[in-house]
Design a protein around this ligand. Structure first.
Ligand SMILES: [Zn+2]
Length: 185
């Protein structure tokens, strides 16, 4: 999951995974394909006292699991109780509809912009590091063949013009007879 979720969400999700051993699922009811489980979780109070807390989890027999605690509805990732039941019923991969697009690396651009101030050192460092990683990937892919190189170079030239014009910074367009221009045309 670490390769799918963004770092922030993965850390929270990992908190759920780490608490799975404190849960035990007991099958209590079967209606057709629908199975109901009572997940007993060992909860430690602040005074060190331990007690069992019950969570009712329903599995629909194919791809849907729901827990009374409602964590998925609030936070958008599955709770420890639902994951215990998935494991018990033999589902070892989280069904894709429980991996919300907004928490995935595909939505990382939104994550970066939401996590920090809109400007300032932290924002610059995060964005720079993210863009550099993408640029390296692009350079690796773009340097494989002459055709790829030309296409990549042209995209970069256009991107640079677009981005710099957004901040009204004077744009330097490579001269037609320059080395770069010869490579992309
Ligand atoms: Zn739950």
């Amino acid at each position: 999951m670490s390769s799918i979720y963004t770092t922030n969400i993965f850390q929270k999700f990992q908190g759920e995974i780490l608490r799975i051993p404190s849960c035990n699922a007991v099958h209590i009811q079967q209606e057709g394909d629908k199975s109901t489980y009572l997940v007993k979780q060992l909860v430690m109070k602040t005074n060190g006292e331990k007690r069992l807390k019950d969570y009712r989890v329903i599995w629909n027999g194919s791809d849907k699991v729901s827990c009374i605690c409602g964590l998925f509805g609030f936070n958008g990732y599955l709770c420890r109780h639902a994951m215990v039941v998935l494991f018990v019923v033999g589902v070892y991969e989280i069904p894709s509809h429980y991996i919300l697009k907004r928490w995935t690396r595909d939505a990382k651009i939104v994550d970066i912009c939401n996590g920090v101030e809109d400007s300032g050192p932290e924002f610059v460092v995060k964005c720079f590091s993210d863009l550099r990683a993408d640029s390296i990937k692009l350079a690796e892919e773009g340097s494989i063949s002459k055709e790829r190189y030309k296409a990549t170079k042209a995209f970069l030239k256009d991107a640079l013009i677009k981005v710099t014009s957004m901040n009204k910074v004077p744009v330097t367009v490579p001269k037609k007879n320059s080395k770069e221009a010869n490579l992309v045309t």
